[in-house]
Design a protein around this ligand. Structure first.
Ligand SMILES: Cc1cc2nc3c(=O)[nH]c(=O)nc-3n(C[C@H](O)[C@H](O)[C@H](O)COP(=O)(O)OP(=O)(O)OC[C@H]3O[C@@H](n4cnc5c(N)ncnc54)[C@H](O)[C@@H]3O)c2cc1C
Length: 391
């Protein structure tokens, strides 16, 4: 049997399954809904290609300190439908404009998320916006290899582990390949997303036909999740009001490998890293946009020439890398599981989604006491006094 990554480190990227010449590795969901490789030992010919493709087993990538930019796409419609500054859309259009193809994460009709391939500008909209659950890569790595061998320019985008996996799978560099990863907090379970959707549909007695994790009509910074139902109703909730986003951001529903993620800081295979410019108001106030500002990190000369290629579509400001990353710990450090994560997955199939999350994330007596204290007149008085003294 091949020696693949241990379960707690396996990112579910599917590079091993893509690499297997006998198709004897299938990516199968475990009880939590995360995909892991299952090897059919009887058909395995021990060629070792799956082990070679595994980004967890492979060595580190060494990128120099990236050049950092605050970026905002000049096209308001693009920014409105992207998570932050709409940079990905500009890169994708640039690649298609050169006869290339683009791979990224998109919703399918049932609102599951997979990696798809697009070669026409009109279809690129499916990639816009973050989908906060693990995307199924399927056979995308094989398709990328075919496109590259046919001499096409390829843009691949995904989480840092997916971008690293593609490089390990390919096993060599291609001039025509450009890779973009996102600063990644962690990925929630597709099963948690399905349970959330099912509960909402049952409550509303209508099918959900559209979801947007980063609705911006009130603010780009509030993680507003918008769902539209077949009956015409639309529900928009902030990340704090929405139990799916609370479960994600507090580490109830996220993948075990994310807590040990190796693809942080400069250990990235990508040419460009995109993120939300959290803290832009203090790190680069002149780059703040009410509709969203992206943080762009250029990791390679290829990334730098792509940025030059799209510069006229963007408002682009070089920023100090350390200051820009101060508000974004997910760039360099793995996230942590919530102490009640095991209870979340143990009850996911039995309990109604919102009830379960509300119950598990209910403040403890000590937290309630702290909340009450911070809202009290005495505490507010102390804070005011401290502010006056520091003036
Ligand atoms: C799971 C996840 C966690 C994230 N965590 C952080 C974070 O902690 N801090 C931070 O600054 N930014 C984070 N981001 C990135 C951020 O949300 C934006 O994607 C980024 O700011 C780029 O925005 P944009 O406006 O340029 O482009 P957008 O149009 O928003 O970017 C879309 C790109 O993201 C890719 N993408 C979308 N969903 C997925 C997915 N499920 N899996 C793989 N790729 C996907 C698409 O393929 C496309 O390339 C995260 C994104 C995801 C998907």
């Amino acid at each position: 049997m091949p020696q693949l990554a241990q379960m707690k480190y396996c990112t579910g990227c599917g590079a091993c399954a893509n690499a297997c010449p006998k198709d004897c590795i299938s990516m199968t969901a475990d009880a939590e809904g995360f995909h892991y490789p299952i090897v059919d030992a009887a058909r395995c010919v021990r060629c070792g290609l799956c082990e070679k493709a595994c980004p967890v087993i492979g060595g580190d990538f060494c990128r120099d300190n990236p050049a950092a930019y605050a970026v905002h796409n000049r096209d308001a419609e693009v920014v409105g439908s992207s998570s932050s500054g709409g940079v990905f859309a500009a890169i994708a259009e640039w690649v298609i404009g050169q006869g290339g193809v683009v791979y990224g994460a998109a919703f399918r009709e049932d609102l599951s998320v997979s990696h798809l391939r697009v070669d026409a500008k009109e279809c690129l909209g499916i990639f816009r916006g973050s989908k906060y659950l693990q995307s199924d890569v399927g056979s995308a790595f094989r398709c990328v290899a075919q496109d590259l061998k046919a001499g096409r320019k390829v843009l691949f985008s995904g989480t840092p582990c997916q971008a690293a996996a593609l490089h390990r799978y390919l096993g060599r560099t291609y001039e025509e390949l450009l890779t973009v990863d996102v600063i990644c907090h962690s990925v929630p379970s597709p099963k948690a997303w399905r349970r959330y959707l099912d509960a909402l549909q049952a409550r509303e007695r209508s099918k959900i036909v559209f979801a947007n994790f980063r609705d911006k009509r009130d603010s780009w910074q509030g993680y507003y999740l918008c769902t539209q139902l077949e009956n015409g109703r639309e529900i928009v909730r902030t990340g704090e009001e929405n139990q799916y986003m609370r479960a994600f951001l507090q580490g109830l529903s996220t993948r075990p490998s994310c807590y040990h993620c190796r693809f942080k800081g400069s250990n990235r295979g990508s040419d460009i890293t995109l993120g939300d410019f959290w803290g832009v108001e203090t790190a680069a106030p002149e780059a703040y946009h009410a509709a969203g500002t992206s943080l762009v990190l250029i990791n390679s000369p290829k990334g730098q020439s792509a940025l030059a290629g799209i510069a006229e579509k963007l408002e682009l400001r070089p920023v100090n890398e350390a200051a820009a990353l101060e508000g974004n710990p997910a760039y360099s450090a793995p996230s942590a599981p919530h102490p009640r994560r095991a209870e979340f997955f143990a009850s996911l199939e039995q309990e109604e989604f919102d009830d379960l999350v509300n119950h598990l994330l209910a403040p403890t007596k000590w937290e309630k006491l702290k909340q009450r204290w911070s809202r009290s007149i005495v505490c507010r008085g102390f804070r005011k006094l401290r502010r006056l003294i520091s003036l």
